[in-house]
Design a protein around this ligand. Structure first.
Ligand SMILES: Nc1ncnc2c1ncn2[C@@H]1O[C@H](COP(=O)(O)OP(=O)(O)O)[C@@H](O)[C@H]1O
Ligand SMILES: [Mg+2]
Length: 244
């Protein structure tokens, strides 16, 4: 299958602290990959390097056959191809739901307002939030805000969706509605890279699970291998701590 993004020898340091060490990793078209690992293992930094919210210290990010870390590369057009969903939603509080899902399309993709709103409605429908187009973020529950944030990212029609612990800031009773939307998206063939602590979810939706430990990919494989029969002691120890 075609690789959407391929990372080679990626490293990232903050001062003397090497947070990512020689990461090789790729995501194929239509693949759902979950990244698990302890807090501080480098999961968020990896996602942030992939979408260039952080500048990698070394290595390559290959997208459509080119290393996008080459100086000559158009980083802006690359970044529009990646949708990002954060733990803290990051909605625009001064815009209503429809605005949240359409302003980026107009500003960045130069779509007309009319077209952008039509596309926004389509994705608000996918996440079950089309009944709230006029609501402001502060009127929504956490689960609703996160579903709008997902619709906003989808409205840019990216090649890959990146999720960084999308349910970690939610009250427990709202986790299910967001995971349900994400499961539905996974079933549509969307390419997804998801950092999560939701192990049952990871087991169910992933084509592949990546276990990170201290800045390296310690083990990766199908969910059956990682959860039922991990090859590495540190994977086993992490799961024992997490699943108890
Ligand atoms: N902007 C930053 N400046 C300095 N250190 C950072 C920064 N961002 C992350 N780190 C450090 O990098 C390590 C990995 O962090 P992170 O990628 O957030 O881990 P995870 O998402 O797996 O919890 C941690 O030790 C964290 O303190
Ligand atoms: Mg994190």
């Amino acid at each position: 299958m075609e690789k959407v993004i391929e990372i080679q020898h990626l490293s990232k340091s903050f001062g003397a602290h090497e947070v990512l060490k020689d990461i090789d990793f790729s995501v194929k078209k239509g693949e759902v990959v979950c990244i698990i690992g302890s807090s501080g293992s480098g999961k968020s930094t990896l996602l942030r390097c992939i979408n260039l919210l952080e500048k990698p210290s070394g290595g390559q990010i290959i997208y459509q056959g080119e290393n996008i870390l080459d100086n000559k590369h158009d980083i802006h057009s690359y970044r529009t191809k990646l949708g990002m969903v954060f733990q803290q939603f990051n909605l625009f509080n001064n815009h209503n739901v429809l605005g949240n899902c359409s302003v980026g399309q107009v500003k960045v993709l130069k779509r007309s307002k009319e077209e952008a709103e039509k596309i926004a409605l389509k994705y608000l429908n996918v996440v079950g939030m089309d009944g709230y187009v006029n609501a402001k973020p502060k009127q929504l529950s956490g689960g609703q805000k996160q579903r709008v944030a997902i619709a906003r990212a989808l409205s840019m029609e990216p090649d890959v969706m990146l999720f960084d612990e999308p349910t970690s800031a939610l009250d427990p009773e709202m986790v299910g509605e967001v995971l349900k939307v994400m499961k539905e998206l996974a079933n549509t063939g969307l390419t997804m890279l998801i950092v999560t602590h939701e192990m049952e979810f990871a087991k169910e939706v992933s084509d592949r699970v990546v276990f990170m430990d201290k800045g390296v990919i310690a083990e990766e494989g199908p969910p059956k291998q990682i959860f039922n029969n991990p090859l590495q002691d540190r994977t086993r120890e992490f799961l024992k701590r997490t699943l108890k």
